[in-house]
Design a protein. Structure first.
Length: 302
């Protein structure tokens, strides 16, 4: 077993992170109950959650070569709160920029809204990441070990199968309505999806999950916290427009439409986090993330 680097941390701070993870668990359970029994809910949510959570935990536990991570955050200063601060800054700046774009679209300044919301988000997150890393306020974690080739290949194969199944479910949810992508659109969509996958995986797996393991001294608690944070990161964009327009009927509609996607995002964050813990491979988690993101694009042309 690979020991973690010594870290100056009180028992109170350990209990704080672990208590927070249990609060997240209770919150997720309450959300699943609500979405299952709501009038326009998603009755299959508990089944999806159990399948994704169970298969992820099984893949994480069975045959695990060691209990310590392949990457370690800097021991001092504690990185978890700093990474959380970086994510919050990104979300706040992104929300303000998106709000400005939406207001520009409704006024006589359409040129200010010429950049897509996805591209705007990528620019914001990349710029803030470079500032935090460049100033060393957030430190890049250090790789301390690598899995065996056999374990890596087996885990990667399981990941490919799992992601293929998830894509198949996505196809079923979209009623199999496929849209042909032109070569030009294909060559622009694929790099954009990989770039977005790189950003999200660096923030929520490489930096946040690794730092949370160091802070909580528990892979399980860290996995829960990072997965919930990953799912919550997508929330502001869903409700920003109806809040700006004070359209509460649209707000309710978006909430009902978004709820099933939130379950999927929780599951994907959980699965990708487990994959990161088992392999420590940035390339693998980015590739799996991009493949999953590509399914709805291919199906709907979005």
């Amino acid at each position: 077993m690979r020991p973690l680097n010594p870290i100056h941390q009180t028992g109170d701070s350990l209990e704080y992170y672990r208590a927070l993870s249990w609060i997240c668990v209770l919150g997720v359970l309450a959300f699943l109950i609500w979405i299952t029994f709501a009038p326009n809910g998603f009755p299959g949510a508990p089944v999806v959650a159990c399948l994704m959570g169970g298969s992820t935990l099984a893949a994480l536990r069975l045959g695990a070569p060691a209990s310590a991570p392949y990457w370690q955050s800097a021991a001092e200063p504690a990185q978890a709160p700093r990474v959380a601060q970086m994510i919050m800054v990104c979300l706040v700046v992104q929300t303000f920029v998106w709000a400005a774009q939406m207001l520009a679209e409704a006024t006589y300044l359409p040129q200010l809204a010429s950049m897509s919301y996805g591209a705007t988000s990528d620019v914001v997150w990349t710029a803030i990441f470079l500032v935090f890393i460049g100033t060393r306020y957030v430190k890049w974690p250090k790789r301390v070990a690598s899995p065996s080739k056999t374990d890596f290949i087996a885990t990667a194969a399981i990941a490919v199968v799992l992601m293929s199944v998830l894509n198949l479910v996505t196809v079923m949810l979209y009623d199999g309505q496929r849209v042909e992508l032109s070569l030009a659109r294909f060559t622009t969509v694929i790099p954009a999806l990989f770039f977005k996958a790189v950003i999200e995986e660096v923030f929520f797996r490489v930096l946040l999950l690794t730092a949370l393991i160091q802070a909580s001294r528990s892979s399980n608690h860290a996995l829960i916290l990072s997965s919930v944070a990953f799912a919550l990161m997508h929330v502001p964009g869903v409700f920003l427009q109806p809040l700006l327009e004070m359209d509460y009927s649209l707000l309710r509609y978006n909430a009902e439409e978004y709820a099933p996607r939130f379950v999927w995002q929780l599951g994907i964050g959980f699965a990708l986090g487990a994959l990161w813990l088992r392999t420590g491979s940035i390339v693998l988690i980015v590739t799996m993330h991009a493949i999953f993101n590509f399914a709805p694009v291919w199906l709907t042309g979005l």
